[in-house]
Design a protein around this ligand. Structure first.
Ligand code: S3P
Length: 428
């Protein structure tokens, strides 16, 4: 599928967004091992979260879904059963890494794999700590999916993460729920803390000092939760409003500070926005974002990358339309996402007329005029959406090839855009 984009006119509008993907995955997984029935509203029904739900069903978990509301019958810590087949995480790194933490706690064999992109992504980062806890983990070429896991009888560990990764942190904490004794994870720098917040919300005692600690064996209360709108989806709409000089109100967005690093960057670039109606729901900050587009200046993005790890593609696009130079550093992890995002961005930006230098750990972008072009998504949802937004802010016609991957995180993306910019964007 291709997306066709033309320059969008300035608009004034309001939207709300599907639920946060990271929180939806965690809700489904933790709901499955809770004591009793969980009800989750505004669950993100994207392809990745459906992969999680399917894996859980294969492990004996009963759940029902009506549109974006799900009911999960929790099995408690000891209720999962061996799947009759290989588990398929599809494209989802969060599914394979977090679920492996739970599988490490099960006294049976699980084999988990994914699509071609996921099978290229490193799993030694979870294999090493899960083995230290006592699970047996096999991986292709010792670091790639498929993974085969035989778990059970875990012991708590103290573990310092070599890289800031919420997926790895969460995988270890999930395994820690099944372990004997205390598990502590130390992070080199903060990463998204949805797991910590959700575990506390479900009654698990969590210590958050230099490290994050929990004791194994605690029972989890079921969830009654409304998932906040996904900030990572909001990011594309914030960019759209900024680049088309429009006014946009995005309602009910998750504003967890471990996710909103992008807001600090665009503020530095001169963006105008306000947060309204800030509140806490399900132990997560939520609010409305009011954006007003205008002139932006290039900037240096090098600190707190984990707090905006999924927003680097759209920040690169914003940089491409800003005055002067935007430089991204310390972002080598982007090469290990659904695609090599640094390369994908450099290739696409150059095609659209932006002078771009690809560096080992970042990009140097000389922004301003951009022109429509045929660009490739590289099968990566965030690359596809980032270039769709750039297409809406560029002269001429932009074609984003391989855009079906948008469904990985945000199946409603094009419809939501059309509600603001009409047929400046369409499918082909
Ligand atoms: C996620 C953590 C991040 C992020 C991913 C979702 C999560 O990955 O990029 O989209 O839900 O924990 P890493 O932990 O690999 O940085």
């Amino acid at each position: 599928m291709r997306l066709i984009c033309r320059r969008a006119r300035e608009f004034e509008g309001r939207i709300s967004l599907p639920g946060d993907k990271s929180i939806s995955h965690r809700g489904a997984m933790l709901g499955s091992i809770a004591e009793g029935e969980s009800v989750i509203e505004n669950f993100n029904t994207c392809r990745d979260c459906l992969s999680t739900l399917r894996c859980l069903r294969a492990l004996g978990v009963e759940w029902e879904r009506e549109e974006n509301k799900i009911w999960i019958r929790g099995k408690g810590l000891e209720g999962l059963r061996e799947a009759g087949n290989v588990l398929n995480a599809g494209n989802s790194g969060t599914t394979i890494r977090l679920l492996s933490g739970i599988l490490a706690g099960q006294p049976f064999l699980s084999i988990i794999t994914g699509d071609a992109s996921l099978r290229r992504r490193p799993m030694d980062r979870i294999k090493v700590p899960l083995e230290m806890m006592g699970a047996k983990v096999w991986a292709r070429a010792s670091h790639l999916p498929p993974l085969a896991i035989i778990g059970g009888k875990l012991k708590g560990i103290d573990y310092s993460l070599p890289i800031a990764s919420a997926q790895v942190k969460s995988s270890i904490l999930f395994a820690g729920l099944f372990a004997q004794g205390k598990t502590t994870v130390y992070e080199p720098s903060p990463s998204r803390d949805h797991t910590e917040r959700m575990l506390s919300f479900m009654g698990v005692k969590l210590e958050r000092k230099e490290g994050i600690s929990l004791e194994g064996g605690a029972s989890l209360s079921p969830l009654k939760l409304r998932v906040p709108g996904d900030f990572s989806s909001a990011a594309f709409f914030i960019a759209l409003a900024l680049l088309t000089r429009s006014r946009l109100l995005i309602e009910g967005v998750g504003l967890n500070p471990t996710r909103t690093g992008m807001l600090d960057v665009i503020k530095e670039m001169g963006a105008k926005f306000k947060i309204r109606n800030l509140r806490v729901e399900g132990n997560e900050p939520v609010g409305d974002i009011e954006v007003e587009g205008g002139e932006l200046e290039g900037t240096l993005i090098e600190r707190d990358i984990p707090l905006m790890i999924d927003e680097i593609p759209i920040l690169a696009v914003i940089g491409a339309k800003a005055k002067g130079v935007t430089e991204i550093r310390n972002a080598e992890e982007l090469r290990r996402k659904e695609a090599d995002r640094l390369k994908a961005l450099a290739v696409g930006l150059r095609k659209m007329g932006v002078e771009t230098e690809e560096r080992r750990d970042g990009l140097l972008i000389k922004g301003r005029e951009t022109k429509g072009a045929v660009v490739n998504s590289f099968g990566d949802h965030r690359i596809a959406m980032a270039f769709a937004i750039l297409g809406l802010a560029s002269e001429g016609e932009t074609v984003v090839r391989g855009a079906e991957c948008v469904d990985i995180s945000f199946p409603q993306f094009v419809k939501k855009l059309q509600s603001l910019v009409g047929y400046a964007i369409s499918y082909l």
